[in-house]
Design a protein around this ligand. Structure first.
Ligand code: GLY
Length: 289
């Protein structure tokens, strides 16, 4: 990949956030959070909470006003707020999460987006049978790609296309073993897609390259989990070298000192299929009254 040059200001604005929503970690995360397998062991609750505190402080240090909500032990996955809303340009799409145990998570988030942050709320609950997890939604600043997965169906993708009708929206069929599109892919910078090396990740990337309206540079990382990163306020928050040493080397090689980068541990959330983007909803600003 050639050196990353500064994107235009309008595009950079799409990656600016003034607000974020986060939710504390439930004590039931350890035993009851959804996970594709048990191979990573159980999360350590105290360490997970410490890692989440670090994440929240990092957002605050980037001048983001963080709205932080209590956990709810009835909702073991509730700290993964990304899945319950997709927010851009003053519009908040409230999803119907694909897994039934996660549906109640939307209530708190809907309230804050509408009443505190003045977003125009559009609720997927109105469409019979539509499901969508925010983890399946990749926004490039210019267009959307929506993973069709066990959690997100075509009705959900069409609802998103209707909601954000100013942008091209392309559905991307995920392989059966994949949880979310962003489990192995995300924006590392404007116009730069970070992607993992697995067969599933590369297959999804191929489909994206075929369907994309715009062109992107890509960074291929050895680890799928490392390809989930957060680019916000001109800063790349990516995995830590303890979690993915080879992938961090790649970030260093490619971005060097040209980009403000922050390493963020995620080991405890990874054990229950949680990634960095999962832990917040970023909101550009309050729309003008
Ligand atoms: N544990 C995250 C999810 O499966 O939704």
């Amino acid at each position: 990949m050639s050196e990353v040059t500064a994107p235009d200001k309008d595009l950079e604005r799409k990656f600016q956030a003034k607000f974020a929503i986060v939710r504390r970690v439930s004590s039931t995360l350890v035993e009851q959070a959804l996970r594709s397998d048990e191979s990573g062991g159980k999360p350590d609750l105290a360490l997970a909470r410490e890692q989440h505190d670090k994440y929240i402080s990092c957002l605050r240090n980037l001048n983001i006003d963080v709205h932080e909500f209590d956990s709810d032990d009835r909702l073991p996955d509730c700290c993964f707020v990304e899945d319950v809303a997709v927010c851009h340009d003053g519009i908040a799409l409230i999803s119907r999460p694909g897994h039934p145990t996660r549906r109640e998570e939307v209530d708190v988030v809907r309230r804050v987006l509408s009443f505190d942050l003045g977003q125009k709320v559009v609720d997927m609950a109105e469409v019979e049978g539509a499901t969508l997890d925010g983890g399946d939604v990749l926004f490039t600043g210019k267009e959307f790609f929506v993973g069709l997965s066990k959690r997100t169906n075509m009705k959900g993708a069409l609802f998103l296309a209707d909601t954000f009708s100013n942008y091209p929206v392309s559905p991307i069929k995920l392989s059966d073993g994949s949880l979310h599109l962003k489990s192995f892919m995300s924006m590392a910078a404007p116009e730069v897609i970070a992607v993992g090396s697995s067969k599933e990740a590369q297959k999804a990337l191929k489909e994206i390259e075929c369907k994309a309206t715009f062109t992107y540079r890509k960074i291929t990382l050895p680890d799928d989990g490392a390809a989930n990163c957060v680019y916000v306020n001109k800063t790349l928050i990516h995995c830590s070298h303890e979690d993915f040493p080879e992938s961090v080397k790649k970030f260093e090689e490619l971005f060097g000192h040209t980009l403000n980068r922050i390493e963020m541990p995620n080991s405890e959330f990874k054990k229950v299929d949680g990634a960095l983007t999962c832990r917040s909803i970023l909101i550009q600003k309050k729309p003008k009254a």
